[in-house]
Design a protein around this ligand. Structure first.
Ligand code: PGA
Length: 220
């Protein structure tokens, strides 16, 4: 049986009070316990990482934590940046190269390569987003998320068949686990995770509601 990655991406949503509520609702849901079968990762804003970690430890949840970006530098005079060691205090994963970062924050292929190198230096696992089968993938990446821009937040997901074809093509470039992202819901998640070459999903909007996200995890 393949290992599935079910990844939540909260983007710029939720205060620490909201996060507390989310984890408290999640702790009342049935979350899969075997991380070898289903690795469930919640990628939260930097400001709520500490709160999220505390909630997970307190309620002994089988959830892993991730950040949504990382500084391309190590510690130093880089105002506003959060570097790998600071993230690694709380999280194991980091999303790198999301199309929203490429579009709004000028993350180039060169910067993304540095971000991946930094994440690996500090023991974080990058979840590297690509927008198509030919998007450059930096050295050291093991988990890739295919997210066609038109499918993000639009309610118009890619077809499972097309996404599977892209996942296959990406796998042929290296031994990656490939996730699909873009308008994933509790109703359609299964159509993606049952495809041969899709190893999980990256979920934005539907991950903001704890019950909905855990439903996605359980339906996958
Ligand atoms: P969506 O976002 O699930 O809201 O489409 C996915 C993403 O941007 O990672």
């Amino acid at each position: 049986m393949k290992k599935l990655y079910l990844v939540a991406n909260w983007k710029s949503y939720k205060t620490s009070v909201d996060a507390q509520n989310w984890f408290s609702i999640a702790s009342n849901q049935q979350i899969p316990i075997n991380k070898e079968e289903k690795e469930v990762v919640v990628c939260v804003p930097f400001t709520v990482l500490a709160e999220a970690k505390q909630s997970i430890v307190k309620s002994q949840l089988t959830l892993s934590l991730g950040a949504q970006d990382i500084s391309p530098f190590a510690e130093g005079a880089y105002t506003g940046e959060v570097y790998g060691k600071q993230i690694a205090e709380f999280a194991h994963y980091v999303i790198i190269g999301h199309s929203e970062r490429r579009q709004h924050f000028g993350d180039t292929d060169e910067v993304l390569e540095k971000k991946v190198a930094m994440s690996l230096d500090f023991g974080l696992t990058p979840i590297f987003c690509v927008q198509g089968k030919d998007t450059p993938i930096p050295q050291g990446v093991t988990i890739v998320a295919y997210e066609p821009v038109s499918a993000i937040g639009s309610g118009q997901p890619d077809s499972p068949e097309n996404a599977d074809g892209v996942a296959k093509a990406i796998k042929e470039r290296g031994g990656f686990s490939v996730l699909y992202g873009g308008s994933v819901s509790p109703d359609n998640v299964h159509t993606f995770t049952t495809m041969e070459d899709i190893d999980g999903v990256l979920v934005g909007g539907a991950s903001l509601i704890a019950e909905k996200f855990i439903q996605i995890v359980n339906n996958a």
